[in-house]
Design a protein around this ligand. Structure first.
Ligand code: VGL
Ligand code: ZN
Length: 181
């Protein structure tokens, strides 16, 4: 059984430069994330990919009183993955209920149970955006009892100040930052 999982957070077209809710520099992560996918796959890790998968009328959209432009509407090109995922990737769709925002990969998805059932003890997290979905996912990973590493060379935030604050908060919550090679 795999003792480790790589969790790739929201590497989707709408979060890339040119997309509906761009994270600056996120496209530069694509080759790094693809390398991590291959590396962890060779190590026998479980590969998990989360996707923001909103219904048309999601509460997080400005049209519905939320903070964000319309993005990652399920089934649209903006919601497509931009990294190369192996066929046996566990895809976790999140924020799928129209009236509920959900940033964490563990929020209402059953991911913790699936990982525990598969023998996973340690998770490595990469993707976007550092201060939103990466932060919530890493924080919940610790709360769910996983040894949690953040792949610092494969995450990006929207706002540098908020990203820094999120990294400090995660570190004090017990998330272990891993610099790149
Ligand atoms: C995200 C803002 C809105 C994220 C998702 O993936 O970090 N951020 N929806
Ligand atoms: Zn969203």
């Amino acid at each position: 059984m795999p003792a480790e999982a790589l969790i790739v957070v929201d590497m989707q077209r709408d979060f890339m430069p040119g997309g509906a809710l761009p994270v600056p520099g996120a496209d530069a992560l694509i080759p790094r994330v693809n390398e991590y996918i291959n590396l962890f796959r060779e190590r026998g890790a479980m590969i998990v990919a989360t996707r923001d998968w909103h219904p048309e009328n999601h509460v997080s959209f400005r049209d519905n009183g939320g903070p964000w432009p319309r993005h990652c509407v399920r089934g649209t090109p903006g919601a497509d993955f931009v990294v190369d995922l192996p066929e046996d990737t566990l895809v976790i769709s999140k924020a799928t209920e129209s009236d509920k925002e959900a940033y964490s990969a563990f929020d209402g998805t059953g991911l913790a149970e699936i990982l525990h059932k598969n023998g996973v003890k340690t998770v490595y997290i990469c993707g976007v955006a550092t201060e939103y979905c990466v932060r919530a996912t890493a924080s919940d990973a610790v709360k769910n009892g996983f040894e949690t590493y953040l792949l610092l060379d494969a995450i990006r935030g929207i706002t540098p100040r908020d990203e820094m604050r999120a990294l400090e908060e995660l570190r004090s919550a017990g998330v272990k930052p891993l610099p790149g090679p």
